[in-house]
Design a protein around this ligand. Structure first.
Ligand SMILES: NC(=O)c1ccc[n+]([C@@H]2O[C@H](COP(=O)([O-])OP(=O)(O)OC[C@H]3O[C@@H](n4cnc5c(N)ncnc54)[C@H](OP(=O)(O)O)[C@@H]3O)[C@@H](O)[C@H]2O)c1
Length: 293
């Protein structure tokens, strides 16, 4: 699907990070873009900074964990911009906590935001996409949707569910011109790692990685390679390419080596855990220190 000035694109989580970068890239194509997020002031300043691009930009305050909020937002999009051609489910947040420290509230929060929100939005746009036999639905999941990471199992489980949602959706849409894709980034330099619920996961990883070097040296085993961090712009560019490529695969891995790591993790989880042991032990030490503070 070529993105033109007539393409109606909805982007959730448009107020920062990957979502904001995506808005800026789509605005260069002068498209009709609905920006959804809770921080309306940030959406307004993004829109103001793009007023000379020729794009039609519609900021909408929306909490994607609330079904009525999503329904209202998408009703407004249809009446002000037209039927949705591309839906990008990008809104998401992480969580830091051991399994035994994860409360029902944390679980509910992770699944409302990273999973239930997908149904709320997709149910609103899919019937028209099916009727027109045209449309693209993309969700930003994570490599955490294809393999485990310690001390954020609620996020890992929710992002696996997002990947599962797309596996089911792709099967329902097989043979039609409505496409669906799930983006699985590794680390991206955005606010995300600082705003994870309970404590910033960025601190946990930084400390854990530092400890893992010593642990690997002491045990005489090699450290498994970690993906190099990418910018929000790089991920947004990959999403635009996916929108425009009718032959794009269902699962999109944005970082070098992450597809291979994901295959290794799913083929033999026990060997994968053994390979990652220095990192996991480093993170265990870091987590107990951070909890003790
Ligand atoms: N950064 C990474 O390392 C990384 C790696 C893999 C996957 N991801 C995924 O990439 C996506 C984008 O994250 P990012 O890295 O760009 O982080 P970010 O800068 O923190 O952006 C998250 C976006 O989600 C929105 N959001 C959060 N809760 C929401 C809610 N209840 N309703 C509506 N919008 C909500 C935020 O807007 P408001 O706060 O204004 O509502 C914000 O615009 C997420 O799904 C994340 O899980 C990130």
């Amino acid at each position: 699907m070529l993105i033109t000035e007539n393409t109606v694109i909805v982007i959730t989580g448009a107020s920062s990070g990957i979502g904001e970068s995506l808005v800026r890239l789509c605005a260069e194509k002068k498209s009709k873009i609905a920006l959804l997020a809770r921080r309306y002031d940030r959406l307004q300043s993004i829109v103001a900074s793009l007023e000379n691009t020729g794009a039609q930009l519609l900021p909408i305050e929306c909490d994607v964990t609330k079904k009525e909020s999503v329904i209202d937002a998408l009703t407004q999009v249809k009446s002000e911009l037209g039927e949705v051609d591309v839906l990008i489910n990008n809104a998401g947040r992480g969580y830091t906590g051991a399994v035994e420290d994860t409360t029902d509230e944390h679980l509910h929060s992770m699944f409302s935001l990273n999973v239930y929100s997908l149904w709320y939005a997709v149910r609103e746009v899919l019937p028209t996409m099916k009727a027109r036999n045209s449309g693209v639905i993309i969700t930003v999941s994570s490599v955490a949707g294809t393999m485990g990471f310690p001390y954020n199992s609620a996020y890992v489980a929710a992002k696996h569910a997002a990947v599962g949602f797309h596996a089911g959706l792709a099967a329902e849409l097989a043979g039609t011109n409505v496409r669906t894709h799930v983006i699985c980034p590794d680390g991206v330099l955005t606010e995300w790692a600082d705003v994870t619920e309970t404590m910033p996961i960025g601190n946990l990883f930084a400390k854990g990685i530092a400890y893992s070097r010593t642990i690997a040296r002491e045990k005489g085993i090699a450290l498994a390679p970690l993906a190099k961090m990418k910018s929000a712009d790089e991920i947004a560019q990959c999403i635009v390419e996916t929108m425009e490529n009718d032959n794009a695969p269902l699962d999109i891995f944005t970082h070098e080596g992450s597809h291979e790591r994901s295959i290794a993790a799913s083929q033999d989880r026990s060997s994968f855990v053994r390979m990652m042991l220095p990192l996991y032990e480093g993170m265990r030490k870091a987590y107990s220190e951070l909890c003790a503070k």
